[in-house]
Design a protein around this ligand. Structure first.
Ligand SMILES: C[S@@+](CC[C@H](N)C(=O)[O-])C[C@H]1O[C@@H](n2cnc3c(N)ncnc32)[C@H](O)[C@@H]1O
Length: 192
């Protein structure tokens, strides 16, 4: 089976070109993006959170699966890189961009929980994990990637990833599946 996605968001080529011009190389890969599309499509009227917008490729995949009543909030520390996403996706009324630290945003957020959380940066994954999990609605999904060894990982990152996986697997309120696929993913669904 060839699992190369064959339906790409229409916004992806422009985002990708601008990300390359800006030297931004941390966007999610296509198979992960394809999964984001499907998970978003499974949540009509869904509330979706992305931590780490980057240049907006993950957001483009999410938006391409979302129905007209779904909403995406995406948080990014680097306003310059997020500007690429804002330029290309900002005309879509379903998306809200937040520029700032994801950890501070998680601490301050006091709205309703989310049906899908794509935690694609440090806060919500290696810091503020409990808070991010708390924001997943019952039956909602928490997704992380980059769990297989990546070039440029900081020293001791393998240990941090192992601890994260063990902590998530042991969480009493979530059921988890590890996917040794694409960059290495873990998907967790809130059961209580
Ligand atoms: C892996 S990239 C995100 C890629 C994007 N989600 C996608 O799928 O294309 C991680 C992003 O997190 C951002 N970041 C780093 N520290 C952050 C923080 N404390 N709060 C929010 N974003 C942060 C980085 O600037 C980077 O753009």
């Amino acid at each position: 089976m060839d699992d190369t996605p064959n339906q790409l968001p229409s916004t992806l080529p422009a985002l990708r070109a601008k990300a390359a011009d800006a030297g931004f190389a941390m966007s999610c890969e296509d198979r992960t993006g394809n999964l984001l599309t499907v998970l978003a499509a499974a949540r009509p009227g869904g509330r979706i959170l992305e931590l780490g917008t980057g240049a907006g490729e993950g957001a483009a995949w999410l938006l391409s699966g979302m129905d007209p009543t779904s909403r995406l909030t995406t948080v990014e520390l680097d306003a310059e890189v997020q500007a690429i996403a804002r330029e290309e996706l900002g005309g879509d009324p379903r998306v809200t961009f937040v520029a700032g630290d994801g950890g501070a945003w998680l601490e301050e957020y006091d709205g309703p929980p989310f049906d899908l959380v794509f935690a694609d940066t440090w806060p919500g994954k290696f810091t503020h994990l409990d808070r991010a999990l708390e924001l997943v609605a019952p039956g909602g999904t928490y997704l992380i990637d980059d769990l297989l060894p990546q070039p440029g990982w900081p020293q001791d990152h393998t240990t941090s990833v192992e601890h994260l996986l063990i902590e998530l697997d042991a969480h009493k309120d979530f059921r988890c599946v590890r996917l040794a696929w694409a960059s290495g993913l873990l998907m967790a669904v809130r059961t209580a």
